[in-house]
Design a protein around this ligand. Sequence first.
Ligand code: HEM
Length: 443
Amino acid sequence: MLNPFNRSPGLRDGIPILPGAFPLIGHIPTVYRKLPETIRRARAEYGDLVWVTTGFGWLLYCTGPGAIDLFRNRSFDSSHLETVYPTVGGGTMLARDGAAHRHMRGALNQPFLPRGLTASGVGATVATVLGEVAARWVGKGSAQVLPEAQEATLDIIFRLLGISASELAAWRKQYRTLLLANLGITVRFPGSPAVRAEKAKAWIDARMTAMVADARRDPAAAGFLGALVAAQDDDGKALSDDAIVANLRLIVLGGHDTISAMMAWMTVTLAHQPALWDALVTEAGDAKQIPTTPEQVKAFPFAEALFRETVRMHPPFSSLTRVAAEDTELQGHKIARGTMVAIDIWGTSHDAATFPDPDTFLPSRWLGRSGAPSAIEIAQFGAGPHFCLGYHLAWLEAVAFAVALAREGKRLGKRPRLRSKEFPASTFLPTEHPPGSTRVDFV
Ligand code: HEM
């Protein structure tokens, strides 16, 4: 997927330019379909820094073991997300740094920590929705895994926010439209992705504003949403309504597209490797219930290892961007203020120095450990101040899903089997996912 007429690497500020760019669209086709091979080759041939172009601008791709240090490097920030992805990132903690980020993050952290998840009873909603999904998939004998997982994870987050069952379809529709903003196509005309995404954002924001007002009147009755509106930062300051609405919008987005891709890959992998399914059923097939608290999740180490290995093999975000907030230096090169860098999550997750035999799916690498995984091992969730807010919720959902599937499989005497002969190829934009048409049968 490289342009064969553009073979010369060239240099920009002394740093190699990845050859193979197409006119206007640059390396986008390469990144969309052939990201892993391209990164590996680029790293082997040019080192840990290489320029790629999206056709609109330059991106300095940073790979190798030092790449994730950029998450903590104060010369780089996330302010560009406010302008590059205003529909998604605008007004959110993701696009803030320093004190403004600490204020939002400090307030919203508590409900997402293991203790907060237990206190709000989030796990019961997770178990109900995922139990229904497993019963439907295994009972019906077939699932179109990605869209059905997207629907389920959206339902979880909407139900947590107190949205009633009758409104779920309308919310789902608006969120799928909002995701069009992630395509980064900014051209505006009636019906264009940008215009439709903005309309969806207005729809979502108006309803969320009303929900926040309701929850403010009676936080105790508003469950998880009540915990969010009542939250205060470390200095005891509450968030404004606008800040809550913007971050709720982000939480819904962050809380479903990533985790649904992970659930789809996990199911596909279980279908592709019968020994993994057998091991999961041995651990969880007779479980009395789907785990609903972080404490209960710990009883399923193999399901947890499946989650970690699935996210490692298929990190939803293959890279994350930051911008140089000042003139600075990287690996001996001068970097001008405003330079956009991409931190290589895929390569970090497939580095043989951290993960021996990195292209093999090996849950065993996560088993029998006494300590927590290192920062580099869980780089799929970012690092530093913006480390994923929903990490523990994702962990709870993933293990609950695996357990629900194993219980249902055991009960009905069925196992997953891939409909296609080949393991599905990844698509990398906007997040890494299997093709939407991928089917798993339960036979
Ligand atoms: C497999 C599941 C998930 C993965 C791989 C994932 C990955 C990530 C990554 C890489 C970041 C860092 C972004 C950056 O530094 O630019 C992030 C941040 C974030 N994630 Fe997740 N995420 C997952 C699930 C969730 C869930 C379930 C939620 C919420 C319910 C969530 C909410 C957020 C939020 C709000 C942020 C922004 C944090 C901040 O800026 O301080 N994520 N996530």
